[in-house]
Design a protein around this ligand. Sequence first.
Ligand code: AMP
Length: 356
Amino acid sequence: MTPLPPGSTIGILGGGQLGRMLAVAAAQLGYRCHIYAPDEASIAADVAAEFTCAQDDDIEALGKFADSCDVITFEFENVPVAPLAAIADRAPLYPPVAALDVAQNRVTEKTFARTHGGTTAPFAEVTDRESLDGAIEEIGATAILKTIRMGYDGKGQARIKPGDDLAVHWDSVGHQPCVAEGFVTFSHEFSVILVRGQDGAIGYWDTPHNIHEDGILAQSLVPAPAEIVAQEQAARALAAKMAEAMDYVGVLTCEFFATADGPVFNEMAPRVHNSGHWTIEGAITSQFENHIRAICGLPLGDTGLAASKVEMTNLISGNADQWQALLSDPANHLHLYGKGESRPGRKMGHVTKLFF
Ligand code: AMP
């Protein structure tokens, strides 16, 4: 493992807030970042050395980008895999493409978790209107229909109750291939956030208790309550097995439901994650810094807590307008992402409060 020297260029596919926070962490370690994103208004590019504005399947632009980078990573899991094959020999890519293959398809992802000993919600694949009937018969009438690909923050999802007209739900997901999931009764939601280095070393951050509102993460709280801590070991063991099976390098996040029967795996994100934003000030080494360290072949930093209690609250749409009031509490660390327009459900920033 030869570490990438400071001054090297890290390519980041995607231009949102995760890319922005990765670029800030990379700059601190002396690296330059080159952002590749299809949107001219990419907030990661505002804090990076270079920016290529091009589509994810533009092989020529991707090739030039790869030639300018010493290593490439991504900040969202829906990067199309096929064009990446064309640049595979131009610069190393971490996490590996195998992780994108798993994370981009909810059926593959849940099957992968089960193969490695995890429990998931009961699920059935839905390819057309008729198979939705069959799926609901199989898994029960209280269910969630999720598009197999491209869903995030509760988008591309329909909640099904007994007696519902299934045709309406099928219309609402745009007749796209879906997975129908049985509704899981859980007491809490939590995530395992781990980092795996090029030498296979794994570090875990404290497990956050994640509170969602309308399918979007609202808060992450550390330390988590006892109900979550009791399930942490089993959840970590599954996440580590999955990481090892993919020969993973970087930060991996796995989301779980804490149920009476133990942790139920929901989904994984092969990247830094919103439920790990608290680590910027709340941990000795943040998820962003450790992701950069891992992909650059540096030793991993300490994932331990830097406070006795940490609360991360997302600033969604208009909530970011309270920035002055938030700054009046000296225990708050405010992060604004520099997104111009506030739309309903849009993550505009977050605030982390530390308690000692
Ligand atoms: P996802 O896009 O899969 O992360 O779903 C967004 C949110 O919807 C989750 O964080 C849960 O709060 C809820 N949810 C998703 N799947 C299920 C399920 N099978 N049972 C109960 N709640 C769920």
